[in-house]
Design a protein around this ligand. Structure first.
Ligand SMILES: [Zn+2]
Length: 252
């Protein structure tokens, strides 16, 4: 499996039989092989996760399918603004949290599960080729102290609940598909704007669920905060991928 960090929360994951593109709105997309289906995921509609440019991919790559969180509004009156056509729309699946979507990429079965996000939209868990990949979108422990104590208490409970749902989904995939109950690659926010709370989301996830490699994202180009996390959590350091620039590629 080859994982390319595009920018911000955007990743291209190349599996043996297909590509999965997550939350791409900026950063250069590497050339794609035409013989591999492309699945385009959008976790929610915020502008640092979704851009209408994704809809031009179908013309370049005919075997493209879009899996969009339900909060990406696709009403026909918005089609002109989005560059949407009936042909593109036929390739779109709109999905809510707590859903299971079985798909097929040239005969390879894959399952998409959606986890509720503490922000907008959903997080995705993909299961295929005996591997599990999690893309959190903006699902994070958003400890915004300025929002007050009640907000922070609710946030902590919501995030814990969401990670419990993710743990259930991992166990279910283990039971259904026989893959190991481990997330092989997880992409999770590490947001420096949270200051001292920057590490809560990742460290809680790593406590609760076995993860092979974790790609911190949503760092607003402050890659040194990834190093800061690794130094502050030496037991996790080996699992945390030290992203340093847009466009980096990793083989797993
Ligand atoms: Zn965001």
């Amino acid at each position: 499996m080859k994982i390319t960090f595009l920018a911000h929360s955007g990743f291209l994951v190349e599996w043996e039989h297909f590509y999965a593109l997550f939350d791409w709105w900026k950063g250069a997309l590497p050339p794609l092989r035409q013989d591999k289906p492309l699945l385009v995921f959008v976790s929610h509609s915020h502008e640092d996760h979704f851009d209408k440019h994704i809809f031009t991919l179908l013309a370049e790559h005919p075997d493209t399918r879009y899996i969009l969180s339900h909060d990406v509004r696709l009403a026909t009156r918005r089609w002109e603004k989005l560059g949407m056509t009936a042909e593109i729309f036929a390739h779109v699946t709109s999905i809510r949290a707590d859903s299971i979507l079985p798909l097929d990429a040239l005969g390879t079965p894959l399952t998409v599960r959606t986890i509720p996000s503490t922000d907008a939209g959903v997080a995705f868990l993909l299961s295929a080729e005996g591997k599990l990949v999690y893309h959190a979108g903006d699902n994070n422990w958003w400890h915004w102290e300025d929002e007050g104590r009640q907000y922070c208490t609710n946030m902590a409970a919501n995030y814990r609940r969401s990670i419990a749902r993710l743990a259930d989904a991992v166990r279910d995939e283990h039971a259904d598909c026989g893959c190991a109950p481990v997330i092989d690659a997880a992409m999770v926010p590490l947001d420096p704007r949270l200051e001292d709370g920057y590490d809560l989301g990742i460290s809680y996830l790593l406590e609760q669920i076995p993860v092979g490699k974790l790609f911190p994202m949503h760092v607003w180009e402050k890659f040194d905060w990834i190093e800061r996390y690794r130094r502050a959590h030496p037991a996790d350091a080996e699992r945390i991928v030290p992203l340093r620039a847009d466009g980096e590629t990793f083989e797993l």
